[in-house]
Design a binder for this molecule. Structure first.
Ligand code: CNA
Length: 289
């Protein structure tokens, strides 16, 4: 009965209905799309937040535009900027997953998580104990390295060592000598091949949760269009995403099936957990501090 009421498409989605749907188990196939915002409380800055985002801090790199740090053509000519960024970013390997990551894990434990597609490259999904087949790092990660010119697989530890020492690691092929990059996806590159494999799972959503992303990067920001218009779609973010990407973006702020919950994701998630009565289960999966 609850499932019918919750999924009755003639009723406007509200926060109360979302909680009812979660509590009652009406949603059985939850798809979660995430971005840098969910890792900010771990201490990893996002890209686009005006004050503290990585893009605002790249001025000292003297780049034509901040995005160039992650642009393949620029990297081939000037790999220094990305190596410098990586040195900063790799400090992140010591960071812990956030309550929002553990909420995703909780949904996995409840067998409600169909897939978590993430734009993040920080491996915090794995740290939170989310199974490899239940998340997809669409923009890759620092888990492997290769030459950006000839694609030759190169040694990841050697790459990391070069990053630490501030020197450029080059292809071992003496004719090529291309700079080595990790499997982080740059502008101008194909997404992680895992993306195409897991994409069909997005279609199965009966609830779509989009958390901590400006939805500015294509094709990731097109994922919300893969669920049908009547599927409950919730955006949890510090800011409205409406201004991003020239209007070609899913609008979470109008339409009966959409809901925008503005705030810090960890706060919103803790409220959701409390309202669902899931606190005890949640505390069990949080790491002991
Ligand atoms: P973005 O464009 O920087 O957007 C982040 C969004 O999160 C913004 O809309 C913020 O308002 C919002 N936000 C910031 N803090 C919070 C918070 N505490 N709670 C809720 N919302 C918050 O980042 P996207 O992920 O949208 O952009 C895609 C890029 C960023 C991907 O290619 C990533 O690889 C890349 N990135 C990843 C990381 C990471 O792995 N942690 C860090 C920085 C950038």
């Amino acid at each position: 009965e609850d499932r019918k009421t919750v999924l009755d498409h003639s009723i406007k989605l509200t926060y109360e209905l979302l909680i009812k749907g979660l509590r009652s188990g009406a949603y059985k196939n939850i798809v979660i799309l995430t971005g840098a915002g969910i890792s900010v409380s771990a201490g990893i800055p996002d890209f686009r937040s005006p004050e503290c985002g990585i893009y605002s801090k790249l001025k000292e790199y003297n780049l034509p535009q901040p995005e160039d740090v992650f642009t393949l053509d620029y990297f081939k000519q000037h790999p220094e900027a990305f190596y410098r960024f990586s040195k900063e970013f790799n400090k992140a390997s010591g960071y812990e997953a956030t309550p929002t990551h553990y909420f995703i894990r909780l949904l996995q434990e409840k067998n409600l998580l169909r897939i978590n597609m993430t734009q993040n490259i920080d491996n915090l999904e794995e740290k939170a104990g989310i199974n490899a087949d239940l998340f997809c790092q669409a923009h890759g990660s620092y888990n492997a390295a290769h030459c950006c010119k000839c694609d030759k697989i190169m040694d990841l530890d050697a790459f990391k060592q070069h990053v630490n020492e501030g020197t450029i690691y080059r292809c071992s092929d003496e004719v090529c000598l291309g700079p080595v990059k990790p499997t982080v996806v740059f502008f101008g590159e194909q997404l992680n091949p895992d993306f195409d494999i897991k994409l069909p799972l997005v279609h199965s959503a009966d609830l779509l949760l989009v958390i901590g992303t400006s939805l500015a990067v294509q094709p990731f920001n097109l994922l919300p269009f893969l669920v049908d218009e009547q599927t409950h779609s919730v955006l949890i973010n510090l800011e409205s995403t409406k201004k991003a990407s020239g209007g070609s973006i899913h609008d979470f702020e109008s339409g009966d099936a959409n809901l925008f919950i503005q705030g810090k994701c960890d706060d919103v998630i803790r409220q959701i957990i409390a309202d669902c009565g899931w606190e005890a289960e949640f505390e069990k999966i949080l790491p002991e501090v």
